[in-house]
Design a protein around this ligand. Structure first.
Ligand code: PAF
Length: 282
């Protein structure tokens, strides 16, 4: 078991990264909000293939939560997260900054990405990508990795991060890694911990319903019809409300009329107070 070193400030991280770089090592970053699960560990293993030193950041970022969302109850357990990371033998450093370290007094800057952030999550969480893009920019600039990996579970987030990385001309490779699923197909997520037993069973249907939507579109069904059937299927399965079931261009996330380029079906729906998202290739 390799225990990662734990750093809480940007200057400590920069010092250590400079030493590693001086020794010729490449650096990989896995940004997280903690509450780690097997999905996060798969990101660690993915980045380890291409980086000699692996940094995992753990920071529950306040700017990506609206006041009514779950910032206060979001699960936090640094010791447990570090123990899980140590068990992989693949993590060299955990960067766990305080809110004041990331957002010091007087902080007044935000990173706004247009393009792929339009619609979908933004229609329901208008604050979200501004918070994500701002904190991800800060994490990338603090660690200055050669590569960073993000889960495809938050597919729109991955496209937004790729866009910001390209637009700001950062010398970093942004990688996506496949969704890790439970036995019934439920995409692993820290928020699954909020689900009661009945809700957990219903949650497993989302993946199956998206599989059907993808198959329908592939076999030539009109996209709007397949989307509507998917939303109806989620309600029938027991979801309380559906934010969206949408088939989009896999790269730009723009609406499409027909299937001419790679597409992605994305969904968000609520069971009780818990909001779940999932997506898959069409
Ligand atoms: O996907 C997440 O866990 C977060 O949105 C991220 C990328 C760590 C930014 O806070």
């Amino acid at each position: 078991m390799k225990a990662p070193i734990i750093k809480h400030t940007v200057s400590e991280v920069r010092g250590r990264v400079a030493l590693w770089r001086g020794g010729g090592s490449s650096i990989g970053l896995v940004p997280t909000m903690g509450a780690l699960h097997e999905g996060h560990l798969s990101l660690v293993r993915e980045i380890r293939k291409r980086a000699e030193k692996v940094v995992v950041s753990i920071f529950v970022n306040p700017t990506q939560f609206a006041p009514h969302e779950d910032f206060d109850k979001y699960p936090r357990n640094l010791d447990k997260d570090v123990a899980m990371l140590a068990s992989t033998d693949a993590v060299d450093m955990v960067f766990a900054p305080s809110p004041a370290e990331m957002y010091p007094q007087g902080f007044a800057t935000a990173v706004d990405v247009a393009g792929p952030s339009a619609g979908l999550e933004t229609d329901f969480r208008p604050h979200f990508f501004r918070g994500v893009a701002t904190v991800v920019s800060k994490l990338l600039l603090a660690v200055t990795p050669d590569s960073a990996v993000f889960g495809e579970k938050d597919y729109q987030q991955l496209m937004v991060v790729k866009r910001l990385n390209a637009d700001l001309g950062l010398p970093i490779t942004i990688l996506g890694a496949p969704i890790i699923r439970e036995a019934d197909g439920l995409a692993m997520s820290s928020r699954n911990a909020y689900l009661g037993e009945r809700e957990r069973k219903i949650a497993g249907f989302m993946n199956r319903i998206l599989t059907v939507v993808a198959e329908q579109v592939r076999s030539g069904a009109p996209i709007a019809t397949a989307e509507a059937a998917g939303a109806q299927g989620l309600l029938q399965a027991g979801f309380d409300s559906v934010d969206y079931v949408a088939v989009r261009d896999a790269e730009t996330l723009e609406r499409i009329e027909t299937l001419e380029r790679p597409a992605r079906v994305l969904a968000a729906a609520k069971i009780g107070g818990t909001r779940l998202i999932d997506n898959m290739a069409v």
